[in-house]
Design a protein around this ligand. Structure first.
Ligand code: FA5
Length: 342
């Protein structure tokens, strides 16, 4: 038997077992027969010792065997992968048309459950809940809020602009719910206590930053409102949501639309998380007189406070979630853990 016949018969003898081969067997066979140091490339070593007239036929026979082996291994690999995919799809199948039978009945998403709890809490404190546009002009999102023309937040790298034509008012996906402040000031007459909750958008993504997330905005306007009212409201909220043992801190900060301004952090361990450090959950401050003027109010008559909190961050803090993206990527394995939230 020639070396070519030997390799041919070795390959032929495997034929009955090939359909049951797994991925690693296919890799081994590929390396054994057609790999760089494989049996079929090795056959070419014999070419030099053949008479010239036999060389073309020998070369073609080796090449034909190579094509057959490669073609068969390629086909088996494609079949194996599509069988594995079909099995996986079958095991992860989700029939959205099924009626809830109790075990798989619909349940609130952790963000919605938390949002409802916050809305309940604030309506209990006399707040009205109102709506505001997610697509808004640059004026409502920035200018009317006293954000300077050259502020970095207005940059394309932070803000999703929907249109920005010279001579026309630019339109943005709002970067925060604070656009609501201007709509509220223009549409309503103080005194009022208002709450708004909705999606906002920024070019931002890491473990605690998402490009689309939810904020809760509060705006209180009346005569004689002070920072103490702001602090009491926010302490009430955080302690109601996380328990009386929650440790909070206000950090002095800067927002062009509030003065003075602060950011609020919660101590992770104090709310039962197994990690050190603080989680920033929101910004707040006393409404800036310029904002009151832009809303058509007399700043010497009315004072107010405003706050904007990140709902996703608050949910992460509540449930010990380390990756913000888990909240919105729709992975059922993650969401099933929150069964029973109502
Ligand atoms: C603001 O958005 C201000 N509008 C808040 C405000 C309102 C201040 C009213 C004063 C008065 P800031 O950019 O810090 O501020 O965002 C507020 C909160 O939103 C953050 O503390 C954080 O909890 C959340 N947040 C901010 N960026 C992201 C992001 N990319 N992903 C998830 N949450 C975010």
């Amino acid at each position: 038997m020639t070396p070519l016949d030997e390799v041919r018969s070795a390959w032929a003898s495997l034929a009955p077992t090939l359909n049951a081969a797994d991925e690693s067997t296919l890799v081994e066979l590929r390396s054994r027969f057609v790999g760089k140091k494989g049996e079929i490339p090795g056959l070419m070593r014999h070419l030099g010792s053949l008479p010239p007239e036999e060389k073309p036929a020998y070369g073609s026979a080796v090449q034909a065997l190579r094509q057959e082996v490669e073609g068969t291994l390629d086909r088996l690999q494609v079949e194996l992968r599509s069988r594995a995919l079909a099995q996986r799809l079958e095991s992860e199948r989700l029939d959205l048309s099924l009626d809830g039978d109790g075990a798989d009945a619909g349940t609130l998403h952790p963000l919605l459950a938390l949002r409802d709890e916050i809305l309940d809490l604030f309506t209990g404190m006399g707040f009205d809940v109102a709506d505001a546009p997610e697509i808004d002009t640059e004026w409502f999102n920035f200018s009317a809020l006293n954000v300077p023309d050259d502020h970095p937040a207005r940059d394309m790298q932070d803000t999703f602009f929907l249109s920005r034509e010279p001579g026309q008012e630019a339109v943005v996906l709002r970067t925060h719910t604070s656009n609501y402040q201007i709509h509220a000031l223009r549409d309503r007459k103080p005194p009022f206590r208002l709450l708004h909750c909705g999606q906002v958008y920024r070019c931002d993504a890491d473990a605690t930053h998402a490009p689309m997330f939810c904020q809760v905005e509060g705006l209180v306007l009346d005569r004689g409102i002070t920072f103490a009212n702001l602090k009491a409201t926010l302490f009430t909220m955080v302690r109601a949501l996380y328990g009386p043992q929650a440790v909070l801190r206000f950090r002095p900060s800067f927002f062009p639309f509030t003065e003075p301004s602060a950011e609020m952090d919660v101590d992770c361990r104090s709310v039962g998380l197994d990690r050190d450090g603080w989680m920033e959950i929101g910004g707040c401050g006393m409404v800036h007189p310029k904002v009151l003027e832009n809303g058509g109010l007399d700043a010497s008559e009315f004072q107010g406070f405003a706050f904007g909190f990140g709902l996703d961050r608050m949910a992460m803090l509540r449930h010990g979630i380390k990756e913000i993206a888990l909240l919105t990527n729709g992975d059922m394995r993650f969401l099933r853990q929150f069964r029973g939230l109502a």
